[in-house]
Design a protein around this ligand. Structure first.
Ligand code: GSH
Length: 213
């Protein structure tokens, strides 16, 4: 199927320094779903982005037929369903306790990530307008979520000795903190998470979507 521009490919809009965009990109790589990357910033490239996404919210995945999907969780849900239809094991289990447990690990990863993104936004404000108490609260929440993930990580992966969305979402969150807020990553506090991040960042699915692209 092609859209009005004749495209037959998936198009992923958003920079990879958005952890939400990057987790979609890594997931597509894991599923072997090729896509075109539209590398535009929601802040710096608003004029170029407006015609395709006047919401200025990323990620946005355009399907080969032209349909646009927003919200990384829903995009991942679509990708999982497509992967399952193609006979692949979805990165979030389809049902039952396994699904619930992976989703809850992803929820922790998203709390850590969203709080880190909040810190990054707060730092964009003029220094006299930054709210130190708020940043302190958000930082504590971010660290708590990473600590809970660290506690849950015993083997090579967060769930059942195989790669799931819990690992991908956690590692893109860690990547975001280390790249955008390096002073917010407490070195050596989460050794198991650091080992997971090192291993996954070295895999093809992650290396193909570097955070600074
Ligand atoms: N819950 C959303 C969060 C997406 C999000 O906040 N993206 C940021 C980039 S990291 C963005 O588009 N920011 C611009 C804005 O919110 O105006 C998702 O998972 O897709």
């Amino acid at each position: 199927m092609s859209d009005s521009t004749g495209s037959t490919r998936y198009k992923l809009l958003g920079l990879y320094d958005s952890p939400f965009t990057r987790r979609v990109a890594v997931t597509m790589n894991c599923y072997g779903m090729p896509f075109e990357h539209c590398s535009l910033s929601v802040f710096r490239h608003m004029d170029a982005m407006r015609p395709m996404n006047p919401l200025f919210k990323v990620p946005m995945l355009t399907l080969p037929g032209g349909e646009k999907l927003y919200e990384s969780a829903y995009v991942l849900d679509y990708l999982d369903e497509s992967a399952a239809a193609a006979g692949l094991a979805p990165l979030t289990p389809p049902a039952g306790a396994a699904r619930r447990q992976v989703q809850q690990l992803v929820a922790l990863a998203m709390v850590a990530t969203e709080k880190a993104v909040s810190i990054a936004y707060e730092r964009q404000r003029p220094s006299e307008r930054q709210w130190a108490e708020w940043m302190g609260r958000v930082r504590a929440q971010m660290r708590q979520a990473f600590a809970m993930l660290e506690e849950r990580l015993h083997g090579d992966f967060l769930f059942a000795d195989r790669l799931t969305q819990a690992d991908i979402s956690t590692v893109v969150g860690i990547g975001f903190v280390r790249f955008v807020l390096p002073d917010e990553w407490p070195n050596d506090e989460y050794p198991a998470l650091e080992a997971l991040a090192a291993r996954l960042e070295d895999s093809e699915a992650f290396k193909a979507v570097p955070i600074d692209e």
